[in-house]
Design a protein around this ligand. Sequence first.
Ligand code: DOR
Ligand code: ZN
Length: 435
Amino acid sequence: VRPDLVLEAKAWVRGAFQDVEIGLDHEAGKILAIKRNLPGTPRTRFPGKLLVPSGVDLHVHLRDPGSPAKEDFRSGTLGAALGGVGTVLDMPNTDPVVDRLSRFEEKRDRVASKACVDWGLWSTFTPQTTRHLDLAMQSVGVKLYLAPTTGIPEAGTAQDLSQRLLFAAKADRLVALHAETPPTRPPATLVEHDASRPAQGEVAAIEAAARAAPADAAVHVCHATTAQAARAASKAGWSAGATPHHLLLANDATSLGAFAKVNPPLRPVAERDGLWHAFAGGEVPILESDHAPHTREEKGRPFTEAPAGVPGVETMLPLLLHEARTRGLDAGRVLEAACAAPGRLLGLPKGQIEPGYDADFFAYDPRAPRKLRGSDLQSRCGWTPFEGREAIVVAAHYLHGDLVVEGGRFVGRAGRGRMVRAQSPPKRRVPEGAA
Ligand code: DOR
Ligand code: ZN
């Protein structure tokens, strides 16, 4: 087969930036071949830019159905496209919660026509769930909450946890774990919020889940806030993710107040820097946005009443790629964590520029950052905790070989994003020396 489009670029291929020619099968939406020189026309060049795989963000809350003032599937996936994210996996704490098959199907049918990038849906188990296996098998995986949070009033008992981990393993589905101990008292500041859902509790929750899990459970520990939490996950043979906010913000962000309230909380500066260090050293395999928009009005309420969560899907890759550059970290570390590793974890042919993979990638100029403004972003919430920070700009973005962002503007169509099918997760890696 001859490529029907050839891209000439300095691209991130097999772990390094290389001058290559990438041939696409546009019909199939796939990468056909990568060589130093490839015949074929038409050809596109990206002078001064780097070409990198689209992000696979396994953790977003797009609020559809339920809270259109915060976000919907169209605005959320539009932000993803402009932020270099080509695939989003949406969490089940929508309104209503996706804890049964009928709700899964309703949500799927509702959001499909709004998707500007590829997408998949997580489900969750609650006391109301019936037919656990059918629900799990339809979804990309099962989110399990160990502490109450937005839309999840109760986390369930230890017994519920082992039962739910067993159901997910039986269904051969990945579990996304929200590991926290339930809060002790209502916090009034960021520092109190950190103390009320402490870092030690997060580690303890991961360890308890590791004890409760069947040996073949495949678990991803979401939003690890400290290096210790990431290590506890890895000790269990599980993956862990870090969010941009836990990597870049700390509980000293007093001027943000409740706008920086998230679950799990922002930690002290030293813990945050320790998490960055672990991330830079490859000890935190995955980067996930935990994009969780809330309206300004809600976030402006007294700290105790304000909901937890910050937006992030549109700013994750732009911020982290720029931050890596200014801190002397190889961009490849960010791309491995935001693209390749989540693609592998989910068993999707995504996140790498490689023959046979989906033709999802974006181009940016690492030397031309821009200041982030909440008012420039697509999210309905209209604000960002990263206001004024420098970030790279996604100049062009291709999804299955279709140009969806050109000159920094969305040129694709809602509904063109494809639903990703559920896959069997990689089996739990039992670490050496463990029973
Ligand atoms: O801060 C958070 N926001 N943590 C969660 O667990 C849920 C999320 C949301 O949906 O708002
Ligand atoms: Zn979340």
